[in-house]
Design a protein around this ligand. Structure first.
Ligand code: NAP
Length: 309
């Protein structure tokens, strides 16, 4: 058998947390590989304009920022392999990552797999995605210029999506299962003042009405049980996110929602395995907190590689 190539660090996921880890690792002289299934940027790449990442005073689109982060890490020698990880053995020594392409080995692993939009689980939800069902107003909002759209959810994402859409669509109907928003106060006044946002409180979407595309939704009033139908051209589902942790379930400690248990150190319950960005338990999931995690993970990994824990 030929000699195994064992990387000092393999980063799984090429979003902001992943490429910041790769940048710091490469600059620390670690032999570093990023495994990315699609293209750099992760969820950030789907964001049309990022206005709260310091240094870009006029804002920057997430796709471009993702590419910049990748190029910056690669300038210092980090490599990228485009492959989907299918299996991991994080307790083995070295750690084993099997992908669709080949098997990789590493002394340390940084998990930066992020979190995907949560689905409502409605019949035909998947089939209608792109044909009226959407999960990102900044990405797909422009398709609904002058139309009527429903936004489902009551958190910050739903509030931000409703505001984006209120500037594009003719009418926005925010459907929330309770009678108060979870979204932070800063959103309340702009939502009320938008002029074209209506609210359906205490309501859930029970069905998508459609021909070839979405034509409306069926709503259920959770207090009375009454069902009504509402015509619309699009439904933006903004009900939170689901962490991409299926591959590590059983190996790493996860919280009730499936996020990898890791504090500010990014250390997981396994030595040499770190969780950064949206995939770990944390109070605020933003680009700026993901990149901070990336830097911290490398600091911890260097200590581990030097013989600490
Ligand atoms: P979130 O805060 O978890 O809110 C999810 C919303 O969807 C809640 O209002 C929840 O209702 C509702 N919901 C969940 N499952 C549902 C279901 N099956 N049917 C109907 N409604 C359902 O998620 P998020 O808004 O995506 O935010 C995620 C994180 O990103 C948060 O930490 C947030 O602060 C952050 N974020 C920040 C900004 C910002 O501008 N600062 C923007 C976007 C996101 P209940 O309220 O009844 O639980």
């Amino acid at each position: 058998m030929g000699e195994l190539h064992v990387y000092d660090m393999i980063v799984v996921g090429g979003g902001p947390g992943g490429y910041t880890a790769a940048l710091y690792a490469a600059r620390a002289g670690l032999d570093t590989l990023v495994l990315e299934k699609l293209s750099a940027g992760g969820q950030m790449a789907l964001t049309e304009e990022i206005d709260n990442y310091p240094g870009y005073e006029a804002g920057i689109d997430g796709f471009t920022l993702g590419e910049k982060m990748q190029r910056q890490a690669e300038r210092f020698g980090a490599k990228t392999a485009y492959a989907q990880v299918e299996r991991m053995d994080l307790t083995a020594s070295p750690k084993v990552l099997e992908t669709s392409e080949s098997i990789f080995y590493a002394r340390t692993v940084v998990l930066a797999t992020g979190a995907d939009p949560r689905k409502l689980g409605l019949a035909e939800e998947e089939a209608l995605t792109g044909r009226g069902v959407a999960y990102c107003a900044a990405c797909d909002g422009m398709r609904y210029k002058g139309k009527t759209v429903v936004v489902v959810g009551g958190g910050n994402s739903a509030a931000a999506d409703a505001l984006i859409l209120s500037r594009i669509a003719e009418k926005v109907i925010l459907v929330h299962r309770r009678d108060t928003l979870r979204a932070t106060k800063v959103y309340h006044a702009p939502l009320m003042q938008a002029g074209n946002i209506e609210f359906r409180w205490n309501s859930t979407v029970t069905a998508l009405l459609h021909g070839d595309k979405v034509t409306g939704v069926r709503l259920k009033d959770v207090t009375t049980g009454a069902e009504t139908e509402l015509s619309c051209d699009g439904v933006f589902i903004s009900v939170g996110r689901k962490p991409a942790t299926e591959l590590v379930r059983g190996q790493l400690e996860l919280d009730r929602s499936g996020y990898i248990m890791a504090d500010e150190t990014t250390k997981t319950n396994l030595p040499g395995v770190y969780a950064v960005g949206d995939v770990r338990t944390k109070p605020l999931r933003q680009v700026v907190t993901a990149v901070a995690d990336g830097a911290t993970a490398v600091h911890m990994a260097e200590e581990y590689l030097a013989g600490g824990v």
